[in-house]
Design a protein around this ligand. Structure first.
Ligand SMILES: NC(=O)c1ccc[n+]([C@@H]2O[C@H](COP(=O)([O-])OP(=O)(O)OC[C@H]3O[C@@H](n4cnc5c(N)ncnc54)[C@H](O)[C@@H]3O)[C@@H](O)[C@H]2O)c1
Length: 328
């Protein structure tokens, strides 16, 4: 099978490429390296058997001509390319909206034209400001005002969901939407605000771990390989087309506790420092206090039941970041 992964040089995309190549499939990647890196796929290019089945295009999904060629060539598309991460969105407001809306429109239009199956990576951010748990796919959505720019990420991903569902309803496009909750693992960068690599990077350097707000906001974390497992099954499953699925872990932890756990796991001498949101992100920022997924829907369809505990995930990321730091 030929698989196109947009954003394949990114964190999740590169793990998805690993899995399909291991399966014996051909993998086509398009990535503009805005937040991704060739380092994420360098190991694949080194493996002789994989090299012949891996095709990498450094370009934007906004380039319709190259996208036409790639979607036309492949049997299935995983659309992961996006402007990602709160800090990146706040720093690149215009370009982020363009990539997330126009880019997805190109992907959907071409998948429809060539009748290809497609999975769209959405986000738990689309739920907005809920505090109840768990969040289920049919929940209402609550956003802040458009002056708070952090909501543009959620709103653009929600628009992607609407476009996908509109294609499904009007043309029968075989499209599935995956709402990812915080996904973590080796190769994720802390450069754009992702909390676990950011905290671990600080702990390994014995710098203060900077926790935003009062640190009582909670999240759950999913190991990237559990997410990849789910993506590969969802995109093949006829009952998943035209549907939205949460994909997330269930172990809830506050950011202050997470920081403490990382300090202990790294034997770091770092202190924990609370930073007001306004100081970290400016006045246009609002955070969600709690984000816990309901995973019954995906559990029933494909048996998704993430088994990697947070401590095991942290150990894997710490080990991979230690190796990277050693080589710098
Ligand atoms: N990691 C998470 O916790 C998480 C949570 C929710 C949703 N998601 C979604 O999963 C997907 C993958 O995220 P990730 O965590 O791997 O982030 P990532 O930044 O590592 O991956 C995104 C990739 O898309 C590429 N990209 C961005 N704009 C592009 C463009 N115009 N053309 C081509 N490539 C472009 C980037 O260079 C990067 O390699 C994204 O759609 C994101 O919204 C991730």
């Amino acid at each position: 099978m030929r698989v196109l992964i947009t954003g394949g040089a990114g964190f999740i995309g590169s793990h998805l490429a690993d899995a399909y190549l291991e399966n014996g499939d051909e993998v086509y990647i398009i990535d503009d390296l805005s937040t991704g890196s060739l380092d994420n796929i360098a190991h694949l290019k080194e493996k002789g058997a994989y090299r012949k089945r891996l095709f990498v295009h450094i370009d934007s999904i906004l380039n319709r001509d190259i996208m036409m060629e790639l979607v036309g060539t492949c049997d299935v598309v995983h659309h992961l390319a996006a402007a990602v991460g709160v800090e990146f969105i706040l720093d690149h407001p215009m370009e982020s909206i363009k990539t997330n809306i126009q880019g997805t429109e190109i992907v959907l239009d071409l998948c429809n034209k060539f009748k290809k199956r497609v999975l769209i990576a959405s986000t738990s951010e689309v739920y907005g400001k809920h505090t109840h748990a768990p969040l289920v796919e049919t929940d209402n959505i609550i956003y802040g005002p458009s002056s708070k720019f952090r909501w543009s990420y959620a709103a653009s991903k929600l628009m992607d969901e609407f476009m996908s569902l509109a294609y499904f309803r009007t043309t029968g496009l075989k499209v599935t939407i995956a709402r990812l909750f915080n996904t973590v693992g080796p190769r994720q960068t802390g450069a754009y605000g992702m909390v676990i690599p950011r905290f671990i990077g600080q702990a390994l350097k014995h710098e203060p771990l900077t926790v935003y707000g009062d640190g009582l906001q909670t999240r759950t974390f999913t190991y990237v390989k559990d997410v990849v497992w789910a993506f590969m099954r969802l995109v093949e499953n006829d009952a998943a087309f035209g549907e939205v699925f949460n994909i997330g872990g269930i172990e809830e932890i506050s950011m202050a506790d997470l920081a403490r756990r990382i300090v202990a796991a790294t034997n770091s001498s770092s202190e924990i420092q609370l930073i007001p949101y306004e100081k970290a992100f400016g006045k246009d920022f609002e955070d969600m206090q709690r984000r816990v997924p309901g995973i019954d829907k995906i559990g029933k369809l494909i048996g998704f039941d993430p088994q990697t505990p947070l401590d095991a995930i942290l150990a894997k990321v710490i080990s991979s970041m230690r190796k990277r730091t050693d080589t710098i």
